[in-house]
Every structure is written in structure tokens, then in C-alpha cells.
Design a protein. Structure first.
Length: 313
């Protein structure tokens, strides 16, 4: 395959979409020493993303025990003024726009025209790149590269073919992921939700169903989950962190292709999204933020009080 097959290493990366995942992928990539072009069609989005890298990333890294040279990596991320400028010399273009298939298809059709030799990847958390293949002239250079948030804690990457991806492109993507220090896994064949999100989707769906059916509150689902698995957060707390609008878009993409007639987007989730209660990003979701109840010492016992010191028995 001329052009793309010759790309055995990735040096210049363009990231399209400067939201939560876009700026995180940009930071992680720049940390590896690569030059990154960041573009977003929304006015001010790239500037806000650069501000998050400068102002929020250091605190997040400190809290998680990570050490990155943030000023150095920030110096390798440049704001692109247009899509054409962003992808002009890219070896790899990673799309990280909203989880909305028509939007992604429009973006890839344009990238295909502007970057004829680059590897093209979607960071979609649910949509197979096969759903984008007919928007590009050479689908052998198209694939999924699914990163996880926060990228400094969930250090993983899933790589999946669009069904026509050249093996050299898959191998290059796998090498790229490992070069970022990520646990990198290839998804065999076509899997809606890849590996982790396919399992996670089942957890989300059933968690919301027991609430929709009136069997539990979100808090009690999270208490039991946290107690059973020993995790610091339950399913509803995680959904708040992801963003309930994002969760809703992902759920809708699954429902659109499901073979299960009982599968639907959760009404409880729909009410939250309609009310603009999108989780951590808006200050209210299933929990109130920035100090959600599941972080309180007494949450697991259903009280705001810390456990009593019973002394030695």
C-alpha cells in the first residue's frame, strides 16, 4: 500500500477535537516527544484545552502520583487555525469529536481529502470504524484507536480494524500506543464497544435498569458495587465523571444496532440529560460536584459520619 504502508513510526500527530479526550490525548502524545497539532471547529475550544493542560493537568498528575514535564510537553502542542493546517503534515490523525456518527462521518470525509497519506483513527468509545469506511477513499488506512480517560490513570489503548485496515497500519498503531506507555490491545474482528466498553456497557445498562425499575437508588447501586469490588467509585459515580451527555450518546449508538428488543436508553439518564445535569462538568448529575457524596467517609454505611473508633476489642 503506497504511502501509508511506508509509515512505520509516528512523529507528527494531529488531533481533531479539543474536548476532554482530545486534550488528554494531545498531552500524552506530546509527553512522548512528538509534535502535536490540536484543532477544534468550536471557537475557543483549543485555547481552553491548552489551559487545561497548563492549569489542571499538573494538579491531576500530583493527585495520582504521576510525574510529567508539563511545560515541556505543552511546548510541543500547537493550536491549528484550520483543519487543513492541523493535518497538513501529519503521520497520524486522531479524531476525538462528539460521539455522534453523522458528525464523525462529515469530519472523516474532509480529513480524507486533506490528508491523503496519513493513518486515520477514530477515538470513538463505541462506534466501529467500519461505520466510517465508506467516507474515505482508502479504508485500508482507517482504524479505531480508543483511549481512556483520565489518560494518566487509565493507561490503555484498544486498536481495531475497520474490516479493511492494512496489517501494517494496525502494527504501526500498536507500536504507537506502546511508545506512549499504554497497555495496548488489538481487538480481533469487529466488536461493538471493543473489549472494555462492551463489558462496561453491560454494567451501565443493568445498573440503570435496576434504578429505572425502582429496585434501587443510584447511591445504593454504587454502595454495593464499591463494597463488593473495593473500588473508590461505583457505576453512577463513573458515569458522572464521563459526562451523562456522553453516556447518553454512547447508549443511543448501542441501541441503534441492538438485537435485544428490550434495550433502550435509560429514562432516568434521559431526565438528567434533558435537565442539563451532565455530571461533574456541570456540577450536578447523579451526584452534586465537586464534592460528591461517594467520597464522604460514611457513604458506604449511608451516613455522613465517619466510622466510630471502637477501640480494641
Amino acid at each position: 500500500m503506497s504511502g501509508v504502508a511506508a509509515v512505520r513510526t509516528i512523529e507528527r500527530v494531529a488531533i481533531i477535537g479539543a474536548g476532554t479526550m482530545g486534550w488528554q490525548i494531545a498531552a500524552r502524545t506530546a509527553r512522548s516527544g512528538r509534535v502535536v497539532a490540536l484543532y477544534d471547529a468550536m471557537d475557543g475550544a483549543v485555547e481552553r484545552a491548552l489551559g487545561k493542560i497548563r492549569d489542571e493537568l499538573p494538579t491531576a498528575l500530583t493527585e495520582s502520583g504521576q510525574v510529567w514535564d508539563v511545560p515541556a510537553l505543552l511546548g510541543r502542542v500547537r493550536a491549528a487555525g484550520s483543519l487543513a493546517e492541523a493535518v497538513a503534515d501529519a503521520d497520524l490523525v486522531i479524531e476525538a469529536v462528539r460521539e455522534h456518527l453523522p458528525t464523525k462521518r462529515e469530519v472523516f470525509a474532509e480529513i480524507d481529502r486533506l490528508a491523503p497519506h496519513a493513518i486515520l483513527a477514530t477515538n470513538s468509545s463505541s462506534l466501529p470504524s467500519a461505520t466510517l469506511a465508506d467516507t474515505v477513499t482508502r479504508p485500508e488506512r482507517l482504524l479505531n484507536m480508543h483511549f481512556f480517560s483520565p489518560i494518566w490513570q487509565r493507561e490503555m489503548l484498544e486498536v481495531m480494524s475497520c474490516g479493511e485496515t492494512d496489517q501494517a497500519v494496525i502494527d504501526t498503531a500498536m507500536d504507537f500506543g506502546r511508545s506512549l506507555g499504554l497497555i495496548t490491545a488489538e481487538v480481533r474482528g469487529q466488536s461493538m464497544g471493543f473489549i472494555i466498553n462492551r463489558v462496561w456497557r453491560a454494567v451501565k445498562r443493568e445498573s440503570m435498569r435496576v434504578v429505572d425499575e425502582g429496585h434501587a437508588t443510584p447511591e445504593d447501586v454504587d454502595r454495593l458495587w464499591m463494597g463488593f469490588f473495593g473500588t473508590p467509585t461505583g457505576p453512577f459515580g463513573v458515569m458522572d465523571m464521563v459526562g451523562l451527555d456522553v453516556v447518553s450518546d454512547i447508549e443511543a449508538s448501542y441501541v441503534a444496532v441492538t438485537l435485544d428488543p428490550t434495550d433502550r436508553v435509560s429514562p432516568t439518564l434521559g431526565v438528567k440529560v434533558a435537565a442539563g445535569e451532565l455530571g461533574e462538568k456541570t456540577g450536578q448529575g447523579f451526584y452534586a460536584h465537586p464534592n460528591p457524596a461517594f467520597r464522604e467517609p460514611g457513604f458506604l454505611r449511608g451516613t455522613s459520619e465517619p466510622p466510630a473508633d471502637r477501640g480494641d476489642d
